[in-house]
Design a protein. Structure first.
Length: 259
């Protein structure tokens, strides 16, 4: 490892498993001090113990919890340099079956949670004239969608709009604001919710011929969190194995000679 985040402090929200856990581990590998925040207290503490991080139980839909997580990072390590808001929920519900309460809960965690994270991190980052505010968006919403993901798609498209506004407002304080848009990533959730046949159909739609790994996404976050990305703000990186590229399903090319 190269120590790209040596001396930095990062708060990763939604980090008990999947992309959040992988990103927290990648940051630690590169020298960062890391605080994990998650609403799953037992799983979150277990992850923190496993990878060598500090844990706080938090519901990111509540601003007080976002403030408490930021305060813990600052009180423990003296500063907060990076925040990753990865917490999100994605219940499968057709619009006709979605209640107002269903809609509001997805908005509260995914979209209000992004606002809460950014606002809570602003004060310490502004005081030190440095910060990296990062969000897990998705290709679902900004680019594509599927039945049953109306509320989820709306939140991810909303996060991209928020990234651009926050990037403008926070630029004077030395803070950059960016996001990562994962495609189909092989997380615990995908493995638990989808059978082998469905996963195979997902792979068939990806030009690189595999689902993404958690580390693929974590590496994108690492780049955006590092000094190498100091001149990048208000944008997102798509990590999807080329999933957005084909116009149809007939994109496979059979090689006819040496490659």
């Amino acid at each position: 490892m190269t120590g790209r985040l040596a001396g930095r402090t990062a708060l990763v929200i939604g980090a008990s498993r999947g992309i959040g856990k992988g990103t927290a581990l990648r940051f630690i590998e590169e020298g960062a001090n890391v605080v994990l925040a998650d609403w799953e207290a037992e799983a979150g503490q277990a992850t923190a113990t496993e990878i060598g991080a500090t844990f706080i139980h938090a519901d990111i839909s509540q601003y007080a919890d976002a403030e408490a997580a930021v305060a813990l990072a600052v009180s423990t390590f003296g500063r907060l340099d990076i925040i990753v808001q990865n917490a999100g929920i994605y219940p499968w519900q057709l619009i006709e079956n979605t209640t107002s309460d269903d809609w509001d809960r997805v908005m509260a965690v995914n979209l209000r949670g992004s606002f809460n994270a950014a606002k809570a991190a602003l004060a310490p980052m502004r005081a030190q004239c440095y910060g990296r505010i990062l969000f897990t968006s998705s290709i679902t919403g900004p680019h594509v969608t599927s039945p049953g993901h109306g509320h989820y798609s709306a939140t991810k498209a909303g996060i991209n709009g928020f990234i651009r506004s926050a990037a403008l407002e926070f630029s004077a304080y030395g803070i950059t604001v960016n996001g990562v848009e994962p495609g189909n990533i092989l997380t615990e959730g995908i493995q638990e919710q989808r059978g082998d046949a469905h996963i195979a159909s997902m792979v068939a739609a990806i030009p690189l011929g595999r689902l993404g790994s958690v580390r693929d996404v974590a590496n994108a976050f690492l780049f955006l969190a590092s000094d190498e990305a100091s001149y990048i703000t208000g944008t997102t990186i798509v990590v999807d194995g080329g999933q957005l590229l084909p116009e149809g399903h007939d994109f496979r090319i059979v090689p006819t000679g040496p490659i």
